[in-house]
Design a protein around this ligand. Structure first.
Ligand SMILES: Nc1ncnc2c1ncn2[C@@H]1O[C@H](COP(=O)(O)OP(=O)(O)OP(=O)(O)O)[C@@H](O)[C@H]1O
Length: 308
């Protein structure tokens, strides 16, 4: 296994058997996966396509039917390697009667982290996930978004090299989602490797360097997000300070024809709903009492007339 590969699977196959040991379901079929150190890798696929099975095999929680799963170059069944892994499962499994500090202390003890390091790390993580003011509240009182935040802190208590996140943005509002995505990118900047599963494809597109798409246990596609999404047929040109006009369109059309192409579209690019939402929230914070007034829509025309 090459030095920079954190995860490698070779023909990894899992067949679930029924109570009598009869073959029941091929959840994963000869999966070949390579995840490099320092990348954010997205594992995608519809319900039942084999994502959780893959994660469980990597964590050594399941025996493969055939094939190999290596993590840090060691067989996934070696429990010792899990000390370098942080895991945020999709469903919350945290003790509901512990508060945030007690939760991190509990998991820190499981990793045998010395008391002073444990306390310092817990304090920093609680601060990082924005729960400092709620650190003494028991988790039963936490909202879904808050549970997701403390779950992430728990996944990072052992300062892992590989972080596995199952649906990390589930239950988070757009602000929380942006925060989580920035944090995932931050983990990569710290040199950590992230493997995430998500059904929220826009989130995956925003943060992942590479993705693999599973369908019914078979790997359908694997590659860099930019490369996979790039439209090779079309060329995009963006300009600022120019007004849209028939004359401009005519000249652009002639130019494209000259170079053997065809002009398809001249217009204004749109931003994302996430960007709009975050901007409105920021503006609302800065201007308490701000309200939408119907006339605001027409007060700021998309194409303000040029000054003469
Ligand atoms: N313990 C089990 N026994 C039998 N079949 C199982 C078992 N666990 C999972 N399966 C089956 O294996 C297939 C893959 O399941 P898996 O949980 O890996 O999918 P997934 O991609 O994680 O789905 P989701 O997006 O719903 O979480 C499914 O058909 C599922 O029903």
């Amino acid at each position: 296994m090459a030095q920079d590969l954190v995860v490698e699977t070779r023909s990894l196959t899992k067949v679930y058997r029924d109570f009598w040991g009869r073959r029941k379901k091929t959840a994963l079929n000869a999966l070949d996966l390579k995840i490099e150190r320092g990348e954010i890798f997205g594992l995608l696929g519809p319900n039942g396509s084999g994502k959780t099975t893959t994660i469980k095999l990597l964590l050594g929680l399941l025996f493969p039917t055939s094939g190999d799963a290596l993590v840090f170059g060691e067989p996934a069944l070696q429990v010792r390697k899990n000390e370098k892994i942080g895991y945020l499962p999709e469903e919350s499994y945290l003790y509901r009667f512990l508060n945030a500090e007690e939760t991190l202390d509990f998991y820190g003890r499981l990793f045998n982290i010395p008391t002073d390091v444990r306390e310092e790390r817990a304090r920093k993580l609680i601060d990082m996930v924005g729960l400092t003011n709620d650190r003494k509240r028991i988790l039963r009182e936490y909202s879904k978004g808050m549970r997701q935040r403390i779950g992430l802190a728990q996944a990072l208590i052992n300062d892992p090299e590989l972080v596995i996140l199952d649906e990390p943005t589930s239950g988070l509002d757009p602000l929380g989602t942006r925060w989580m995505k920035d944090l995932i990118k931050d983990l990569r900047n710290q040199g950590k490797t992230v493997l995430m599963c998500s059904h929220r494809l826009d989130d995956v597109q925003d943060v992942c360097d590479r993705v693999a798409i599973l369908y019914n246990g078979d790997l359908q596609e694997q590659g860099g997000v930019k490369e996979l999404l790039q439209d090779e047929i079309r060329l995009e040109v963006q300009a600022r300070g120019v007004r849209e006009s028939d004359e401009l369109k005519k000249e652009l059309a002639a130019l494209m024809t000259k170079y053997g192409g065809e002009l398809e579209f001249v217009g204004h690019p749109t931003t994302t709903l996430e960007e709009l939402f975050l901007r409105i929230v920021e503006e609302s914070k800065a201007r308490p009492g701000r309200r939408f007034l119907p006339r605001e829509e027409s007060a700021a025309p998309a194409n303000p007339p040029a000054k003469s």
